[in-house]
Write a protein that binds this ligand. Structure first.
Ligand SMILES: [Zn+2]
Ligand SMILES: [Zn+2]
Length: 444
């Protein structure tokens, strides 16, 4: 595993005396303390030009820091290594029989996820593993139900490209990231005035806002990918117009999830716009376009296929035939006519609105539900009912679909995947005192 030293934790008995040394004698800067309520600890970070020092002060007698100081006196308490994938790191340690204090990661300071390894395994040093939280999780995220955006909403310039794993009953859901594109902010928010949407999604100098492309892997009886991002077939002019920012491609984000294109049995399309179906095909060395997932059946709704293969003036720019026509030629295309179960626990439901046959994916296992809503609600900012994209061909149908879906998602605590949200891959919609908001789900 790749790990870097993040900080060194020092248990202190008397914070005043400790500050008198670290701050006043050494002359170091000490940041405003942060309370970690679950641990009954107050943490004072001391930046020292690399890994920080962290002075830990107990806030109650049953704090682990109080117990530590009682038993061993103040002193070096733990060291923290930062890892990219804490789940993977714990799995690796478990596989080697390493004694852990935390079998599963839990929330730490600053929105991070942490887990402790037992000193018995580490030759006497309490070791904390930490996966840094994205800025979005520093504070509870709130998006109001009416048109007024909430001041708590983080700027959409916060980007998170990490792979996120969730378990849902017997299924594993893995949110991938195929990078980011910039689309016109006005088009993304339809009739919503710019003074409102620009607070949620700050535009660049060309009025474009940052959007992620997040395909979803569902692992169960078979391995499915829902949508596949933009792909790699477009030229520099296209990438400039659409502000394509991709540090890594789909193969790399699949690799982060421990998968390759050969693992995919089923490719399911929400619809065939280029930012969803672009990754369905690749151009090979000979310049031929072929299916990207060599073993997969590709499942597309028949009405969407008809529309994509017979575009009109209004939707033509969104449908690029190289993304889907080669699937039919290769004999890997399967058209479904209506709402159906695609594999155990996974079914499609037509929403219409964005395109006539746009569909979302409902996932159910072990009494829990998840939904991949695609372009019905592309980002968490699209939660308010009237925040509907200008791109939508049938906006009143989008409105009806949202009106049906959102109360249901609240009632069933559905884990909702937001395919285009730059910072939040998934979350739960909550309603309190008539206000709706999305509470981000980091993992689960
Ligand atoms: Zn679309
Ligand atoms: Zn889209």
């Amino acid at each position: 595993m790749k790990a870097v030293l993040d900080h060194v934790g020092i248990a202190v008995k008397d914070i005043g005396a400790a500050l008198a040394f670290y701050r006043d004698v050494l002359g170091l800067e000490v940041e405003a303390p942060e309370e970690v309520a679950s641990q009954h600890v107050r943490a004072h970070f001391v930046p020292v030009g690399g890994p920080n020092l962290e002075l830990l002060e107990a806030t109650s007698a049953d704090s682990p820091i109080a117990k530590y100081v009682d038993k061993r006196g103040p002193g070096l308490h733990h060291i923290t290594l930062r890892v990219d994938d804490i789940h993977g790191a714990l799995a690796q340690l478990r596989a080697r029989g390493v004694r852990l204090i935390d079998e599963r990661p839990r929330p730490g300071a600053e929105g991070a996820t942490i887990a402790f390894v037992h000193p018995a395994a580490t030759h006497g040093v309490l070791l904390e593993l930490k996966q840094a939280g994205e800025a979005a999780s520093h504070q509870p995220l709130a998006i109001s139900h009416d048109v007024r955006p909430s001041p708590l909403q983080p700027p959409a310039s916060v980007r998170d490209a990490s792979v996120r794993r969730f378990s849902l009953g017997d299924l594993e859901l893995i949110s991938l990231c195929d990078g980011f594109i910039g689309l016109d902010g006005g088009a993304m928010f339809g009739t919503v005035p710019k003074p409102l949407w620009e607070q949620q999604a700050p535009p660049d100098g060309r009025n474009r806002i940052t959007l992620a492309m997040r395909p979803l892997i569902v692992r169960g009886a078979r391995t499915m990918i829902i949508d596949a991002g933009l792909g790699d077939k477009e030229n520099a002019k296209f990438e400039d117009i659409y502000g394509v920012q991709r540090e890594r491609n789909l193969e790399q984000t699949l690799a982060d999830a421990g998968l390759t294109v050969d693992d995919i049995d089923i490719v399911l399309a929400s619809h065939l716009h280029f930012d969803h179906a672009g990754g369905f095909t690749v151009r090979d060395a000979a310049g031929r376009v072929r299916p990207r997932f060599p073993r997969a059946q590709y499942i597309v709704r028949r009405g969407e296929w008809e529309d994509a293969t017979h575009p009109h003036e209004r939707n033509r720019a969104s449908y690029l035939p190289d993304n889907y026509v080669p699937l039919a030629e290769a004999g890997v295309l399967q058209l479904v006519d209506e709402d159906a179960t695609i594999m155990p626990g996974v079914k499609v439901r037509r929403t219409g609105g964005h395109t006539m046959h746009h569909q979302m994916v409902l996932i159910e296992s072990g009494g829990r539900t998840a939904a991949f809503v695609a372009d019905m609600m592309p980002t968490t900012a699209h939660l308010p009912l009237a925040w509907i994209m200008g791109y939508d061909l049938y906006p009143m149908d989008t409105l009806a679909a949202k009106k049906a879906f959102v109360p249901d998602a609240i009632a069933h605590e559905t884990l909702v995947f937001f395919e285009h949200d730059p910072a939040i891959a998934a979350g739960h919609i909550r309603e309190e005192a008539g206000k709706r908001r999305v509470v981000p789900a980091v993992t689960g």
